[in-house]
Write a protein that binds this ligand. Structure first.
Ligand SMILES: *Cc1c(COP(=O)(O)O)cnc(C)c1O
Length: 469
């Protein structure tokens, strides 16, 4: 015989428990409403267990019920959106929220939440203002464009641009640029949604200026170039540059748009990063409209930025979709200080978080991996071997898919004959107060240290003690 079993009749009443000392601190912390709801649920599950004859009598003490209830209340209190450690090696990881924002942006967002702001109020005249103007001057200064507008993300920017400029008209795009971006953004679908007719020209690997020229007709509303950010065609290839397309567009009076995807505001090669087209050069080459994301290489909040000719931007602003796709004050609050950092490009690697992570010297990352290896090894126990090893990071978010960045990390493998499991270990790391997200390949859990900033290192070290292995 085991411990004495409890019967359903032994389950204490809600009222008595609410007055017991065991629940006093829970009532103070979580309030009566939540405590009663969760307590009822606890007692129901105890009743089920008692009916099944599987409940020990000791589980019905006030203290046992109190601690069961405490666990339930605590679990229900953790926010759904939480900070994690991104050790995947992908710096701009879409599933992990893409760009991490610089401190200037963080404090601007806090301020904009705490007090009313002049979101659509012109402080110079006291009249109603336009929210775009908060960042338009900066965007024009940085890109050389005449005008600018901001929407929710780049997919929205492309949809809006097509709807406002080319609805019910033909849009000519190269077959080599009919891309799909992760998360169901496909150029042909967006075209249809915007009410435009897609006219494909050229072939997958080669498209010539004459292909575009031959396709232009009375129904043509736009020539569009899409940056093939997440794949590359190599070998026997040809594509038409923005300048060539712009010249053709001018000659035939058809506007030219470029969706740059990531789009950078500075030439990344000055920091030995791979070449990505900049917004400025695309404007200089004659594109009438250029769209790009706020939270890819730009390093800001999620947003879609559209810059270009004043007359076209004015038309875009007047379109009803603009109202539906507009950004909120938090986005604009975060965007302005990020853009302002670009006025001083020399300091970007120190001040713009994304660029700081992308330009971290691999020697520094290696030193960090070497320093942290014993901490991780001690925490996860003897079923696993932790070594430090060179790895390659990726920029991510479709940017520069082929080029990779030399980095360093920890490689965790199960020791042969020991009862370890990478699946289980990954689960434990996800269960930490600040979940640690790595990447599994070749029966190895890789933790790339590139995105573990020195400011976060102490917090990272601290929580290994909490690993419930
Ligand atoms: C990423 C990307 C998009 C979508 O941008 P979001 O900001 O994610 O909406 C559109 N076009 C291209 C070329 C892209 O790379």
């Amino acid at each position: 015989m085991g411990a004495p079993r409890a019967s359903p009749a032994n389950i204490p009443s809600v009222d008595r428990l609410l007055n017991s000392a065991a629940l006093e601190s829970l009532l103070a912390r979580y309030g009566r409403t939540r405590v009663v709801t969760d307590l009822r649920a606890c007692l129901d599950s105890l009743r089920q267990a008692a009916l099944a004859g599987t409940l020990d009598a000791v589980s019905l003490s006030d203290e046992a019920i109190g601690s069961h209830l405490r666990a339930k209340l605590e679990a229900g209190t953790a926010p759904a959106l939480r900070a994690v450690f991104n050790l995947t090696g992908t710096v701009l990881h879409t599933n992990l929220g893409r760009a991490v924002l610089p401190e200037e942006a963080v404090s601007a967002v806090l301020q904009s939440m705490r007090a009313p702001v002049n979101l659509e109020y012109d402080l110079a005249t006291g009249r109603r203002g336009e929210r775009d103007t908060l960042v338009e001057k900066l965007l024009c200064e940085l890109t050389g464009a005449e005008a600018a507008t901001v929407v929710n993300n780049n997919a929205a920017a492309v949809l809006l641009m097509l709807s406002a400029v080319a609805s019910r008209r033909d849009v000519i795009v190269s077959r080599g640029e009919l891309i799909e971006i992760g998360g169901s953004f496909r150029i042909p679908d967006i075209m249809r949604q915007a009410g435009t007719k897609l006219v494909e020209v050229g072939t997958t690997n080669r498209t010539h200026l004459s292909d575009y020229a031959a396709a232009i007709g009375p129904r043509t509303g736009l020539l569009m170039k899409v940056h093939t950010s997440n794949y590359a065609v190599s070998g026997f290839t040809h594509s038409v540059s923005v300048s060539e397309l712009a010249e053709l567009g001018r000659a035939r009076s058809v506007p030219v748009a470029a969706d740059l995807g990531s789009g950078s505001l500075v030439d990344m090669t000055r920091w030995n990063l791979p070449k990505e087209p900049t917004v400025q050069e695309t404007v200089t080459q004659g594109a009438d409209l250029v769209s790009f994301s706020g939270d890819k290489l730009l390093g800001g909040p999620q947003a879609g930025l559209l810059v270009g000719r004043a007359e076209l931007i004015a038309k875009i602003r007047k379109h009803p979709l603009k109202r539906a796709l507009r950004v909120g004050k938090l986005t604009l609050a975060a965007l302005e200080p990020v853009l302002a950092l670009y006025r001083h490009p020399e300091s970007l690697p120190e001040r713009l978080t994304t660029l700081n992570l992308l330009t971290r010297p691999s020697s520094e990352i290696q030193a960090q991996a070497v320093r942290l290896r014993p901490v991780v090894q001690a925490a996860i126990g003897h079923a696993y071997a932790v070594t430090d090893a060179p790895v390659v990071s990726q920029i991510g978010s479709g940017a520069l898919p082929i080029d990779t960045l030399p980095s360093h990390g920890l490689a965790i493998r199960v020791i042969k004959g020991k009862r370890g499991s990478l699946d289980r270990l990954e689960g434990l790391l996800r269960g930490l107060p600040r979940p640690v997200i790595g990447r599994v390949s070749d029966k190895t859990l890789w933790l790339d240290m590139r995105c573990l900033s020195s400011a976060d290192e102490a917090a990272f070290v601290d929580q290994w003690g909490k690993l419930a292995s």
